[in-house]
Design a protein. Sequence first.
Length: 242
Amino acid sequence: MNRQDKAARILTLSRALKDEHVSVCWNAARDLAQFGPEARAALPALAEALRSYDATTALWARYAIAKITGETSKHLPALIEALADKQRVFPGMAAAALAGLGAEAKAAVPYLIPELMDPHPDNRWSAAGALARIGPEAREAAPALMEALRDVDEKVRWYAAWALSEIGPEAGQALPALIAALDDPDENVRGYAAKALGRMGPAAREAVPVLRALLEMEEGAVREQVATALMRLENSSSQVRE
């Protein structure tokens, strides 16, 4: 998209912030965030959207302003507060906004952990997804993510496995839970559990026999993830012996 097309798109999205349908408004705000600093022309319209009666629109407007201005620390507290506004904010939206901030949202980790036990599955998997995006800085969430690996909702389980894979070696205490997750009925859970184990290095070498057995049964993308995990673990173990 060239500069002229970007400017036209940003203008269209800015106008959409006043649409009568709130879903159009908050989607416009979320799309504007993707332009980053190039969408500075949309800031006045986004500032007005902060006062929207629709809390989800206001949430994404704040997120967009943070992404455009780079003032994450200024807007992070309000995004964290939105996690508790479950009567007005659409399920999972606050966590999704925090996810978009990546490691810059590390202050939100203590508030995301309780969301892993929320009654609504969208809030649970969205919280796990946000922790995944935060990465190693979310290491204190490892015990809660271990519990989430046993969630009744398969999407929650595989987002939890993904989060543990992104936390990496800092999630070493989750080793037994991740080995158990290799037997999960959902292929996404098995794949991300293997990926997480592969990233733990020598500490996860006890998972090698299980991964070898799993390699014979899997196919496609999951087989590739298992093979990669095995290669990483075997290489790291040989380096330790040397």
